[in-house]
Design a binder for this molecule. Structure first.
Ligand code: FE2
Length: 216
């Protein structure tokens, strides 16, 4: 069964961009529920599997929609926690060059990322993805994930209201502007971009553990 990974930083360390109460509710309640429901469906099927990535991919394309929604959300949140950091950072090296090639400059990239996130109707996610050396921005609906679309996920921001409503009310644009400016984790994004070029491993969700060790 899959575990809820710990946040990679203290829950209050992203404030004021993302408040402690938002982080705790989002991680401890929302993410935990996606993981729990995924485990419940998997247990009901009697399946054991090697990775959450495998569950997401095998349930995609309408094959098992409920499992895809839940496992996709479990994976997306794991990737989302890593996409943020309390340590200010900027893209550098080959990823910075790819962003400049694709968008003109960093400010134009940020404006496009915010605009795409604002333009996503309803719940979903806004992603920076890499296809080879090129980067682009995509959005996915609800529990859909860039993991099953073309390209390698590099960075993601959660567009569900539970990600920002307590702090920004309905102002998704204000949330996205603060997020991309202040808490986006560029060292993590650079590692994903390098993995897309075949250098190093991309992010993977923590491997499942046997039920006995969950109880320990
Ligand atoms: Fe979320």
């Amino acid at each position: 069964m899959f575990k809820l990974p710990d946040l990679p930083y203290p829950s209050d360390s992203l404030a004021p961009v993302v408040s402690d109460v938002t982080m705790r509710t989002h991680h401890d309640k929302h993410h935990a529920k996606y993981v729990e429901t995924t485990n419940g469906i998997m247990a009901g099927k009697g399946d054991s599997t090697s990775s959450l990535e495998e569950v997401v991919r095998q349930s995609s394309g309408g094959r098992e929609q409920k499992l895809f929604n839940q496992s996709g959300q479990a994976w997306n949140h794991g990737f989302f926690w890593e996409s943020m950091t309390p340590t200010p950072s900027q893209p550098s090296g080959s990823l910075a060059e790819a962003i400049t090639r694709a968008f003109g400059d960093m400010e134009a990239f940020k404006a496009k990322f915010v605009a795409e996130g604002v333009g996503q109707f309803g719940s979903g996610w806004v992603w920076l993805v890499a296809q080879g050396a090129d980067v682009s921005i995509i959005t996915t609906h609800d529990g859909d994930t860039a993991l099953v679309h073309e390209g390698t996920p590099v960075l993601v921001c959660d567009l569900w209201e539970h990600a920002y409503y307590l702090d920004y009310k309905q102002d998704r644009k204000g949330f996205l502007e603060q997020w991309i400016d202040k808490v986006a984790n560029w060292p993590f994004a650079e590692a994903q971009y390098a993995a897309a070029q075949g250098s190093g491993q991309p992010y993977s969700y923590p491997a499942p553990v046997a039920s006995e060790s969950m109880a320990a």
